[in-house]
Ligand binder design. Sequence first.
Ligand code: ZN
Length: 240
Amino acid sequence: MTYPAFTLDGYAETIRGLTDRGYRVTGFQDAVPTERHLILRHDIDQSIPRARRMAEREAAEGWCATYFVLLRTEMYNPWSRQATEDLRAMRQLGHEIGLHLDASCYADAEAMEHGAEAECRALENIIEAPVSLISFHRPAKSLLGGDRRIAGRLHTYMDRFTRDMGYSSDSRGAWRHGHPWQHEAVLQSRALQLLTHSVWWVGSEPQEPHQRLADVLDEHVERLDRDLAINNDVWSGRST
Ligand SMILES: [Zn+2]
């Protein structure tokens, strides 16, 4: 079997392959492990503009996903004017916004609990809506499983979302643990949490994952260059 390419069209084809098998796209709260429910999860690790493009494509297909925003990162600033506009637009399209939490920023479980609460509140201020879901960024094994909430909120690695239902991810720009169409949960008609990263998919042509990241980095540099020119005469040359 040939599988869809890593492009936006390919992504839509991948999801359609599941809806054609009887799957219905649902949010985390509504997903029932024993039903053919499909949770579309996106961790935004590198680029909010790319996430927005994916969100627009999903909305055009009639699908609602959950996008998790990383606050403690050097890659983007969710409270920049453009990012705030992007995130609010994504909500308007029907998507949910959750917190992508880097637990390694905190010394122990108690500090993480406080930090998660503070980060959720900050994100709630940014998107002007409640944040009720958390996903961990590069989680340590000790954070996986169980049924304990973090800062009173559900998290995506709880047993109900990973053990009771299927879980599949496009880590490093490939289906390293098999294509979702062939996932054990799909073959058994059980629910599936599908984690994808827009950085691997946004583009009309397939590219090597490394090239996708290089392009994202170029976009960041272009944006910083523009911002510097707007805000600093030394850079724009207007002071000479
Ligand atoms: Zn991440």
